[in-house]
Design a protein around this ligand. Structure first.
Ligand code: ATP
Ligand code: MG
Length: 388
């Protein structure tokens, strides 16, 4: 049909609320949307409180929608037909959509919701609703109008063009990555930390990641698994630089020189100390972990406090109040679960003490940690890291 084009209409949520910052958020959203659609024939344009994606070929639409559903800051995505600004064109577009949607004779209720951003359009919104409703009723015998609880909502927005659409896919919500600074997520290879990264990124924070490995106690495949997790996460967050830090020397030193029941909490403090340097390099303002209160001995209130004592940088723990099954639910939703449960050893699990302290005191742990001078080892670990 002439003058009728497939367009994706992107609605964005929260960034409406940001007053003077709004243009900044819009620019950021524009940028992340463009990045997400790379490689497709898409032109993204900004209009009043919407983005439009033009130029997509029919066979690219589903892929584009799938990608956009992972972009933070997107409230919803509507595949629309963009028609000329005339009632006849709107009618044609609406009929075509309805025909595809009924796919040869379905029965369903519907309602038309028209909006006029262009007030010079000669019909008022109510007139469009009524007249378009009539047209569709006449053309499709399976339809009836339900104004209170319609199964199908046909929306019409009259702007510089007339946009007509039926479907609306929910987006990932949140805010565009990059508009709220940067953080370093400690990525373990387990279920929790990718979810923690996801939640922080959802608030508009861009991510770098650090992973500690204990070769030869942990395998090459454990490393690949973490790389894969970072990749899965980057579908939402955009590029993630992953710092792979060798941790064996430090772990051995802790294991040999520090009290056995304190090794886990001391190890966690050293992870923070190293991650702090990575954060400085990455110009990140916080560390992020997947800890939640009481999940294991190293995640009691006391242990978390002792861990915090190792650095002045804030440590964010977005899963702090979540139960394991809630975290698993999220991991499945974002698609990291299957990779997280692959059975490769993590460096945390190889030297686990029999009876770890559950209520460590910070003064005591500082003393034990001071039994070893870790400065050189930290430098070496940082120097020998690999960045992917
Ligand atoms: P996860 O499911 O994320 O592994 P967990 O419940 O197994 O978490 P821990 O193993 O105690 O808990 O780890 C707590 C947090 O510490 C992790 O969520 C992660 O942020 C960080 N962490 C643990 N091990 C590593 C590691 N090898 N490299 C980087 N970060 C780690
Ligand atoms: Mg773990």
């Amino acid at each position: 049909m002439p003058n009728c084009e497939n367009v994706l209409l992107i609605k964005y949520g929260e960034i409406h609320l940001k007053g003077l910052n709004r243009p900044y958020f819009q620019r950021q959203l524009m940028q992340v949307v463009n990045t997400a659609l790379k490689g497709l024939d898409a032109q993204v344009v900004k209009a009043q409180s919407r983005l439009y994606v033009n130029g997509l070929r029919e066979e690219q639409l589903q892929e584009a929608i799938a990608r956009l559903r992972r972009v933070f800051g997107v409230h919803s995505i509507c595949p629309a037909l963009a028609a000329g600004v005339s009632f006849a064109a709107i009618e044609e577009a609406a009929a075509r959509l309805m025909k595809e949607s009924l796919a040869g004779g379905g029965k369903t209720s519907f309602k038309v919701f028209a909006r006029r951003a262009d007030k010079s359009f000669p019909m008022r919104s109510d007139d469009i609703n009524r007249k378009l409703g009539e047209t569709l009723l006449n053309r499709f015998p399976g339809l009836w109008v339900d104004v209170h609880n319609p199964q199908k909502k046909l929306r019409v927005e009259v702007r510089e063009r007339a946009y007509v659409y039926l479907d609306e896919y929910p987006g990932a919500g949140g805010m565009p990555v990059g508009c709220n600074g940067r953080a370093v997520v400690l990525l373990s290879g387990g279920i929790d930390s990718p979810v923690a990264g996801y939640m922080i990124a959802k608030r508009g924070v861009s991510l770098a990641a650090v992973h500690f490995y204990a070769y030869p106690y942990t395998s090459e495949r454990a490393r690949d698994k973490v790389v894969e997790l970072a990749k899965l996460l980057s579908r939402y967050t955009g590029e993630i630089r992953l710092h792979l830090v060798p941790f064996t020397e430090i772990q051995m030193a802790i294991y040999e020189k520090c009290p056995k029941n304190e090794t886990t909490v001391i190890m966690r403090r050293l992870m923070m100390r190293i991650a702090r340097y990575v954060a400085e390099e990455e110009m990140a303002l916080a560390l992020v972990t997947g800890e939640s209160i009481g999940q294991v001995a190293s995640q009691t209130m006391q242990s978390l406090a002792v861990t915090n004592d190792a650095v002045t940088l804030p440590i964010y723990r977005p899963l702090i109040g979540f139960d394991k099954d809630e975290i698993i639910g999220l991991a499945k939703k974002i698609g990291t679960f299957e990779t997280s449960i692959l059975p490769y050893e993590d460096c945390c699990t190889i030297f686990v003490p029999q009876h770890p302290v559950t209520k460590p005191r910070v003064e005591k742990i500082r003393e034990s940690e001071a039994l070893v001078d870790f400065t050189k080892m930290i430098e070496t670990a940082l120097a020998q890291r690999e960045i992917v």
